[in-house]
Design a binder for this molecule. Structure first.
Ligand code: MCU
Length: 403
């Protein structure tokens, strides 16, 4: 019996580790229906049931379910992420002893756009090659000196001032001002192009299997979308992303109904252009969405995800973030890698000011996923807000063991 259990464990681990093996993209997935009739669902949609009603029972099924979720989220909320452009170029130039610039050119048809990121090598000499963290607008978490920091000015890709930012930025110069992608998806496209360029630039000496992505607040929403939509990202660290990030729309609406001053879908679509214009149609009726943000997080699995939140601001939806990510955690559990996902929400600090108390957790995730060092990332579920989350009421599914 013991032998059998060990064998099962080894088989499951191999299945997950070998991306080219059982856990590879599956060409036999059922096609996602296009003319869906959306129906109200007041609780969080079950990750382990296809739209068709069929259950997800194997890792291969789950890969198909991820494709289905990806397609649904692009259709109803985020807009389409275009594939790698026909031509991508990369130019790597020295700015100073430890700082370099990587200029990325993208051509599609007759149009070419370009943008630059800054790569800061914090230690010389470093490990060879360097792991790196792509930081939207610069890092607001401490990054160990052995990792390079890639500063990504995401607003160049897609502006995000207010409604007048719709269709503004080099993403829209390339794909047209009416492209369906909202700003978070346009930025995710930008992150993928940064990784393309790193892959083409041996001189940059970045290990593209050890890439992290982070950002705080609106940029945290962006970091989560980037991690969800590029499997080359080893560790995703959204910081204080709140509603529109690690929170679930349904749960944030429930907080509002309970009289709390939380950001909801109906507010967010009026405030900025982070989502596709189509999402506005559902912002007052989020129960119609065949997903919620536990399924956005689900696209990151089985890769590393550390969600950092702040219990001090109702606006971020601290209970919503907790309940949503508790529900998402069932996916890593089902895949046999619960330690690859953590949630840490502490209070008593200002917005985007990373508190020292979260540092050991952050460093453990960075050690494990970017620095290749053994680290304990088990049972990371910090919750200072206190209001209990009733999983039976909101996330009432059985978690299978996927093999
Ligand atoms: C938490 O992210 C946003 C939030 O969604 C907005 O409502 C608020 O205006 O700005 C936050 C932010 O990005 O702060 C830097």
């Amino acid at each position: 019996m013991k032998f059998l259990l060990i064998l099962l464990f080894v088989v499951q681990t191999l299945a997950i580790v070998s991306k080219k093996g059982i856990y590879a993209r599956n060409s036999t997935c059922p096609t996602t229906p296009t003319n869906l009739v959306l129906t109200n669902q007041t609780t969080l949609p079950d990750p382990f049931t296809f739209l068709s009603g069929s259950p997800v029972t194997t890792l291969s099924d789950w890969k198909c379910r991820q494709d289905e979720i990806s397609s649904l989220m692009q259709t109803y909320e985020l807009g389409t992420k275009p594939p790698k452009p026909s031509i991508v170029t990369a130019a790597f130039t020295e700015v100073s002893a430890s700082t370099y610039s990587l200029t990325i050119g993208c051509t599609e048809g007759t149009k070419t756009v370009s943008f630059s990121v800054t790569i800061t090598y914090q230690s010389t000499p470093g490990p060879s090659p360097y792991p790196a963290i792509i930081a939207y607008g610069g890092a607001s978490i401490p990054v160990p000196a052995t990792a390079a920091i890639i500063t990504f000015n995401n607003d160049i890709i897609a502006a995000e001032n207010d409604q007048s930012s719709r269709g503004v930025g080099i993403f829209y110069d390339l794909y047209g001002a009416t492209a369906s992608a909202g700003a978070t998806m346009a930025w995710a496209w930008g992150v993928s192009r940064i990784i393309d360029a790193l892959e083409m630039t041996p001189a940059a000496n970045i290990d593209t299997t050890k890439i992290g992505v982070t950002g705080c607040s609106r940029d945290g929403k962006g970091a989560l979308v980037a991690g969800a939509f590029d499997e080359r990202i080893a560790l995703t660290i959204p910081q204080e992303s709140g509603s529109g990030g690690s929170a679930c729309w349904r749960l944030s609406d429930a907080m509002m109904t309970a009289g709390q001053d939380v950001q909801t879908a109906s507010e967010i679509v009026r405030e900025n252009v982070w989502f596709s214009p189509t999402f506005t149609n559902y912002s007052n009726s989020v129960d119609l969405l065949p997903f919620d943000h536990h399924l956005l997080a689900a696209l990151v699995a089985p890769r590393g995800l550390l969600v950092i939140e702040n219990a001090a601001y109702l606006w971020l939806g601290p209970w919503s973030c907790y309940g949503c990510m508790m529900s998402a955690k069932t996916i890593w559990t089902a895949m046999g890698v619960p330690d690859n996902m953590g949630f840490s929400e502490v209070g008593n600090h200002s917005h985007c000011a990373f508190p020292a108390v979260q540092q050991p957790t952050l460093l453990a995730f960075i050690d494990k996923f970017l620095l290749g060092r053994p680290a304990n990332t088990s049972n990371v579920m910090d919750y200072d807000f206190g209001e209990p989350f009733n999983a039976t009421q909101w996330a009432n599914w059985a978690t299978p063991t996927l093999m």
